[in-house]
Design a protein around this ligand. Structure first.
Ligand code: NAD
Ligand code: TDX
Length: 329
């Protein structure tokens, strides 16, 4: 099988390619990535010499590039996106150009290339947020209610992907995943930002609403679910992917301080994110029932392993810190 993976030099995309070659070593993967600040060629080191692998630097919003990248491709997995909420507040435009218009250019080329499957990577955030005490979770059939430029752009792209299924019969699937953690995550996101700050001997900035919480999933569990959806998911359907493990910002901070044996005094409280979503929680009944998927990685164990990865890979994150912190100055 030949896959086109977009955004494969980013956090989840590079872990996906690593996962896929381990499981299907005879497959071919073209990685199309623009190499924005978040796309790192170093992330591809573990598989760049695999005989089935090739890399193309380019934009999913460029019709000529995507047409070339799609030659002979059976399956597209679209990870490419602007992915950080705080950047979406500072510069919303690029989120709509890549996440919406880029996805439209890519999917249109995929339609003409007659791919067997177009899988679009979406997020829990399209459903809006939940109250901290609300006793419900988001189902696939719930209405979209995005509240930030990032999640509005992801919701818009989900709509356009489904439009290609209904109007053109393109075999699409979509997955909505909870917050991922693991190796190679850019240090702008909560867990790697806090870990790398602590390793550099710096305080960790908790946004003011520090009881806000997220559902956390180890990146390989996300990718095993995407694997199943590609192979067994029904075209025209979307699937939620989550672990059920909820942690507040405060709890994440305390766990990381404990793992790294640092004092509680390193917690600092900073002004809230604009439009800070309080909470997301997904109902994952559908993927468990239809595809038999379940997460395999325990949160505490894999949080420790993730911290250990950052401890051992200073060379990877240290050069990125100036860039990742620049948006908070
Ligand atoms: P990331 O920011 O680490 O990586 C994004 C990658 O896309 C980078 O390699 C970047 O260079 C590339 N890219 C950006 N614009 C591009 C363009 N126009 N053309 C080609 N490549 C481009 O993001 P991530 O955390 O790995 O997220 C990957 C996907 O998963 C995104 O679609 C995101 O919305 C979704 N998602 C992320 C999470 C999470 O917790 N990180 C959770 C659910 C869903
Ligand atoms: O310095 C920080 N301090 C802080 O308190 C940062 C970076 C974050 N936070 C809080 C904000 C959120 O409540 O931590 C929580 C998680 O924040 P992020 O890591 O920025 O993730 P979030 O906004 O929840 O979105 C993530 O999960 C869903 C990904 O970035 C998205 O791409 C994905 O779709």
């Amino acid at each position: 099988m030949k896959l086109l993976v977009t955004g494969g030099a980013g956090f989840i995309g590079c872990n996906f390619i690593r996962y896929w070659f381990k499981r299907y070593p005879g497959d071919q993967i073209v990685n199309l990535d623009k190499l924005t600040y978040a796309g790192r060629l170093e992330n591809t080191a573990g598989f760049s010499k695999h005989p089935g692998y090739s890399f193309m630097r380019g934009d999913i919003g460029d019709p000529v590039t995507v047409k070339k990248a799609l030659r002979g491709v059976d399956v597209v997995v679209n990870f490419a996106a602007e992915s950080h909420n705080d950047r979406g507040i500072l510069d919303p435009g690029i989120f709509f150009r890549t996440n919406v218009l880029g996805t439209q250019i890519l999917i249109d080329a995929a339609r003409h290339a007659k791919v067997a499957r177009f899988h679009h990577i979406s997020t829990c955030e399209v459903f809006g947020d939940l109250g901290l005490d609300e006793r419900r979770s988001f189902a696939e059939s719930d209405p979209f209610c995005p509240r930030t430029p990032y999640n509005a752009s992801k919701a818009a792209s989900d709509h356009l992907v489904m439009a290609y299924y209904h109007s053109f019969g393109l075999p699409v699937t979509i997955s909505h995943c909870a917050n991922n953690f693991g190796p190679n995550q850019f240090p702008e996101k909560l867990i790697p930002r806090f870990v790398t700050n602590l390793l550099a001997g710096k305080p960790i900035p908790l946004f003011k609403s520090s009881q806000n919480r997220r559902e956390w999933i180890y990146v390989d569990d996300h990718n095993s679910a995407v694997d199943l959806i590609i192979r067994k998911g029904r075209p025209g359907e979307s699937y939620n992917i989550g672990s059920g493990v909820e942690k507040s910002i405060e709890e994440i901070a305390d766990s990381l301080l404990a793992i790294l044996q640092k004092p509680l005094s390193l917690k600092t409280y900073v002004p809230d994110r604009q439009g800070h979503d309080r909470r997301y929680l997904l109902n994952t009944e559908k993927i468990r029932r239809e595809l038999g998927w379940q997460p395999a990685h325990n949160f505490d164990t894999w949080l420790k392993k993730t911290v250990d990865w950052y401890v051992k890979n200073r060379d990877w994150w240290q050069p990125l810190k100036t860039q990742s912190e620049s948006i908070y100055r």
